[in-house]
Design a protein around this ligand. Structure first.
Ligand SMILES: [Zn+2]
Length: 122
């Protein structure tokens, strides 16, 4: 969709720190992380809300979210990985996956996007 920032990320018109990509979904680091590795998972096609995805793809969508959650667990040794679906800031479906912000992750700067991408990229 024209003027959608996430569609522009999918089209590679805007750079992002991509940690996972397949034919239907893209996962990239949030530029305002709540904790190191805070990732947004989006469908490549434009849908306004997560709940708008067709039935057959919603399961795949959550499998990608699970992959990201497990990658964060592995990368940072954090047991609690949270997820949030709100969607009011950018009008393109997205799922947030992030380590519990109350758990201090030693020696990792949440804004060191380059090395975090290397750590969790799948
Ligand atoms: Zn879009």
């Amino acid at each position: 969709m024209k003027d959608c920032i996430f569609c522009k990320i999918v089209a590679k018109e805007i750079p992002a720190h991509v940690v996972y990509e397949d034919s239907d979904f893209l996962a990239f680091l949030d530029i305002r992380p709540l904790s190191p590795g805070h990732t947004l998972i989006i469908p490549k096609n434009h849908y306004r809300w997560v709940w708008d995805l067709p039935g057959e793809s919603i399961g795949k969508y959550f499998q990608v979210a699970q992959k990201v959650a497990l990658a964060l667990k592995r990368a940072f040794g954090v047991d609690c990985i949270m997820s949030k679906i709100v969607g009011e800031e950018v009008p393109h479906a997205h799922i947030w996956v992030f380590a519990d912000p109350s758990v201090k992750i030693e020696k990792v700067d949440a804004k060191d996007f380059e090395s975090i991408t290397t750590k969790i990229r799948m």
